[in-house]
Design a protein around this ligand. Structure first.
Ligand code: BTN
Length: 329
């Protein structure tokens, strides 16, 4: 059942430049005009501003700059069934919350978004800086029931889709640093963390987590991130509509998941990888299990492992590791 706020927003956003009368909204919802006014107050408290005229009704003047579930629901273009969206003000980690909800039996797919995380996590147990309220902390939960080997390139595929979305949505040119970083000109704007629970050789629960620095204030980074992190708004020069981006991201991630599970992704993976890969042909150092490996990246294999050619011409494959571009690159 859509909430009253969702219905009101649907009406107002469908007619963004024209007025919608209180009585039209009241009739749509089957409630009184006073009750409509009370819901409008709730929307105001969430960050909307409206122009209101007694003779004409309401018109949206400004939208919230933090995540707001009824607005995201209104803006969603594709919506598979079942799909549910959870937008939390604060949570330890959206990945952890998604895993808890999966364990509790919540029907998948669903998405957990939060305005702030108190224990946002990255790879290798690192902290993901998560208190901007104007960035995206999102986790998507699935129950694929396929063998783990089938999911080897999943994070890379999702990263390609995030890059495509950002380039279409914001007109920017991101790149992927294998295996899970989304960069702009050498600085990190996003990171992905995929976690799975495996049962009897099948993936039972799968959580794809994405942190995206969207409108993070340029002066607000902790000291260790000042040089390495960037927000999308720094790249575009204007603030992005966070709720519109969240809705577009949800649509894209759900479609990307489906095409991966159906094997359809194979048709475009190589072309997209070629477009967004930042490492091919570059000299790098790869840190894996405490060992450093130097070489030039020659590509990916079918399982998503990184191929490194050393100075003797020998190619080694790496399933995991932390890559640093060498200075001359
Ligand atoms: C990395 O770059 O190491 C991955 C970072 C992933 C961060 C996201 S934010 C949403 C989700 N919840 C988490 O705790 N982590 C992921």
């Amino acid at each position: 059942m859509p909430s009253a706020e969702h219905v009101i927003l649907r009406e107002l956003l469908a007619q963004e430049t024209t007025w919608v009368s209180g009585s039209t909204l009241a009739a749509k919802l089957g409630i009184s005009r006073v009750a409509v006014w009370q819901h409008m107050e709730k929307l105001r408290a969430a960050g909307f501003t409206f122009e209101a005229q007694r003779s004409r009704g309401y018109r949206v003047a400004a939208r919230p700059d933090t995540l707001y579930a009824p607005l995201i629901e209104t803006l969603l273009k594709v919506r598979p069934r079942p799909f549910s969206l959870l937008v939390l003000d604060e949570v330890d980690s959206t990945n952890d919350e998604a895993a808890r909800q999966l364990s509790a039996g919540r029907p998948a797919p669903f998405a957990v978004l939060a305005r702030r995380q108190t224990r946002g996590r990255g790879r290798f147990g690192r902290t993901w800086h998560s208190d901007s309220r104007t960035s995206l902390y999102a986790s998507f939960a699935f129950r694929p029931r396929v063998e783990p080997e089938r999911m080897q390139t999943f994070t890379l595929w999702m990263g390609l889709n995030v890059c495509e979305l950002l380039s279409n949505f914001a007109g920017v040119t991101p790149g992927i640093k294998w295996p899970n970083d989304i960069l702009f000109e050498g600085r990190k704007a996003g990171g992905m963390l995929t976690e799975a629970r495996i049962d009897a050789d099948q993936i039972r629960d799968l959580v794809f987590g994405l942190g995206l620095n969207v409108n993070h204030p340029a002066g607000g980074w902790p000291a260790d991130l000042v040089r390495g992190a960037v927000a999308l708004a720094d790249v575009t020069g204007v603030a992005l509509d966070l709720n519109r981006l969240a809705a577009a991201l949800i649509g894209r991630v759900l479609l990307a998941y489906q095409s991966f599970v159906d094997g359809e992704h194979l048709k475009s993976f190589a072309e997209l990888w070629h477009r967004y890969d930042l490492l091919r042909g570059k000299p790098v150092t790869l840190l894996e299990g405490g060992r450093r490996h130097h070489g030039v990246v020659s590509g990916l294999d079918d399982e998503g492992a990184l191929l490194l050619r050393d100075e003797l011409g020998k190619v080694q494959r790496f399933r995991a590791g932390e890559v640093t571009l060498e200075k001359s690159a």
